[in-house]
Design a protein around this ligand. Sequence first.
Ligand code: 2M8
Length: 452
Amino acid sequence: MDERLWSAAAAVLTGNDAGGWTRAAPQLYPHQWSWDSAFVAVGWAHLSVPRALTELRSLFAGQWANGMVPHIVYDPAAPAEAYFPDAARWGTGVAAAAPDRPTSGICQPPVHALALAHIAEVADRARGSAGRPGVPNSGAAGPAGARGDAEAVDAALTELYPKVLAWHRYLATERDPQGSGLVSIYHPWESGTDNSPRFDVALARVEVGDLPPYRRRDTGHVADPAQRPSDTEYDRYLWLVELLRRAGYADDRIAATHPFVLKDVLFSAILVAANDALGRIAARIGAPAADRAAIAGWRDRGRAAVDACWDPRLRLCLDQDVRAATPVRCRTVAGFAGLVAGGDRRSELVAELTSPRFAGDPRMRWPVPPSTSPADPAFRPRTYWRGPSWPVLGWLLWRSLGEHPAAAALRAASLEQVRTAGFAEYVEPFTGEPLGSPDQSWTAAVTLDWLA
Ligand code: 2M8
């Protein structure tokens, strides 16, 4: 156990703790982001199981009546100029389903059931062991602490299960009216991989109309604005927000008229893994058989659909551009969706992941997957989701690899990366330079899980 790294990672989470929820980053992201929150809860589980559960509870307090978990739950106490777009820009009051607290009007990948199942496993392990030296939440709190954690988990599973089920049902129905097994996204922000080249072609088709003026805040929080999306991309991001608001955030209107609709292969794969986790939770709490059958049906349908996105030439899974009715042919980390969803392509996907087109590029400082392949013409090593490596995605792939030997190598390389680059939001893959925000919560959280 690397005690120094453990303490430093724990200090990032406690430093970003806003009391019941965690800022995604201290300056750049002063609100609660949906998928960040799930990864962060995985990290919190190793420090305090009740605190980990509180993270998910506070996020789900912003859930919409239609089941959607918004991508940002805003902190009303943060100054309006702290982050743009602020809650007012989303104007979610036009949506019948919006809650009375300030949120955005779109969603992000559904990592939450994975996090919930993971917290339960951490608590179960602590109950079954006397604790491991140096791992604070591995039973070191003693039998009474472990029993208390187990009770907290049981209560949280019962309380959160129907909310997570409603969230998955929303994705399986409103976001997949075709019943294809693939989730539609309406905005690059929904993917979580905002300016990935995955979206270049679909975004280029979006014609910006009478966009109300705005001022970016993000570029003021990084050393070089080139690390963030461009102004042209931001205009399109804000125009898509404008169109969604004008459509009243109503899924049927959006599906019919919105210019940007993509079947996101990574989002869909995460939903498969999340349904697998939710199925285990449903069995544990004795949920009705009809629920369990629905969850298993979504999982199996999703897994087959992700597999059908396989492109034998690129050896990756590809997104589908609904408006153009074509697959999106580029080499990004989203292509490993088949690993996340599980299925029969594991060997081929691991071979690609470790190939010179990804983690095996000899120029890489550490053999970790870059967000975009250096072999893709759109690769930019310092620009956000267009090339830098993101420890949080390394964790997702690592987790998906299970017992495969490639998992141990990925964990070791990722830990070397955080030891050198710190808890950066993302990292220049060749030089190892930390980029974006320092002290990013999810980077610290996944480090705790790798160490535990
Ligand atoms: C980034 O996205 C936000 C917009 O949601 C931004 O750039 O302002 C992405 O990396 C996203 O995946 C992440 O959830 C968010 C907070 O860390 O930052």
